[in-house]
Design a protein around this ligand. Structure first.
Ligand SMILES: NC(=O)c1ccc[n+]([C@@H]2O[C@H](COP(=O)([O-])OP(=O)(O)OC[C@H]3O[C@@H](n4cnc5c(N)ncnc54)[C@H](O)[C@@H]3O)[C@@H](O)[C@H]2O)c1
Length: 316
């Protein structure tokens, strides 16, 4: 297959591209290397991918309509995996316009480029945050949405909904994959696994909301990448899938796990969680298991051991 991966220089995108290349696909990676976190990390991710002759890079912005249309027209892609986004929940709090611009307008640009180039299939990175604050556990794909807690999940709901419109109007196959708290090597420095590890290593204090009485369904990045690739392989009309592990971890236990790996104690403050943070995320993955043969295999203790190995090699 010949696949366009937007956000390929990022954390999940680099793993998705690597998985596709490893099985013999051709990958066009697209990224604007923005400075939301240190772009040196993104350049290093792409340098690994560029070792493979079946990888090509487009340094471009998904908001650039003409360029997106040209890349899709010239690329003749079998599928587009659209991961490029402003991805932080907390960072979105005072930046609604930016998130709408990149995540909504950028996604519509990609959908337009896809339909003009007759690309048959579009996979869209959505998020567990679309479920908001709900008592209904575990989260199922047909749960009601519409009460997002911050601009970030609101823009991801908008992306899913625009995907439905394009599927309906142009018969484009569209699959939204809702990721649950992804972690692993090359992990984002603004996410808790990295922050906790880095703060413990450097004896810095970090915030653990609600004294760690919150739950996150941590999902190892290689499991997510195989779910995304499975979704790219199956044009199924309009579909939405949870990609999680289905085993929420108490954040206080997560911190203990990192303390054991690093061999030092954490220094924390324990404020109340801001209103953008749901108390729990918990994926029902039955649909993905049934229709995508999705099967998360890496437990959190093993995944964090691999993350710690990567951190030590690269950042200690
Ligand atoms: N990491 C998670 O736990 C998680 C959870 C749910 C959903 N997601 C979604 O998965 C996708 C990938 O997330 P990630 O964690 O790898 O984040 P990331 O920030 O590492 O990757 C996103 C990439 O997109 C690129 N990008 C941003 N704006 C762009 C633009 N305008 N044009 C071109 N490229 C642009 C960035 O430079 C970055 O390399 C995102 O859509 C995110 O919303 C991630």
């Amino acid at each position: 297959m010949n696949i366009l991966v937007t956000g390929a220089a990022g954390f999940i995108g680099s793993h998705v591209a690597e998985t596709l290349l490893a099985r013999g696909d051709s990958v066009a990676g697209l990224d604007n290397f923005n400075a939301y976190y240190d772009p040196t990390r993104k350049r290093a991710n792409v340098a690994l991918l560029a070792l493979n002759p079946r990888f090509t890079l487009h340094e471009a912005d998904v908001r650039d309509t003409e360029t997106m249309e040209r890349i899709c027209a010239e690329g003749g892609f079998d599928a587009i995996i659209h991961l490029a986004a402003m991805a932080g929940v907390r960072y979105s709090i005072e930046r609604g316009p930016l998130y709408v611009d990149v995540n909504v307008r950028g996604t519509v640009n990609m959908l337009e480029a896809a339909r003009k180039a007759n690309t048959p299939h579009f996979v869209f990175a959505s998020t567990s945050s679309v479920y908001g604050r709900t008592e209904q556990l575990p989260f199922r794909e047909n749960d009601p949405l519409g009460k997002p807690l911050a601009p970030y999940p609101a823009t991801k709901i908008a992306g899913e909904v625009m995907g439905h419109a394009y599927h309906n109007m142009f018969d484009l196959s569209f699959t939204a994959v809702r990721f649950f708290s992804v972690y692993g090597p090359r992990g984002r420095p603004d996410m808790m696994p990295y922050i906790i590890t880095d703060c413990i290593v450097h004896d810095r204090e970090f915030k653990l909301y609600e004294a760690g009485e919150m739950y996150r369904d941590w999902t190892y990045v290689a499991d997510i990448a195989s779910g995304v690739v499975a979704a790219a392989d199956r044009p199924l009309g309009y579909q939405v899938f949870n990609l999680g592990r289905g085993e929420p971890v108490r954040m206080a236990d997560f911190v203990e796990l990192v303390e054991e790996l690093v061999g030092k104690s954490a220094r924390m403050t324990t404020p109340l969680a801001p209103p953008s943070e749901p108390p729990i995320t918990y994926a029902d993955i039955a649909r993905a298991c049934d229709l995508l043969d999705y099967e998360p295999t890496v437990p959190v203790a093993e995944g964090m051991r691999r993350f710690w190995e990567w951190y030590q090699l690269n950042y200690q």
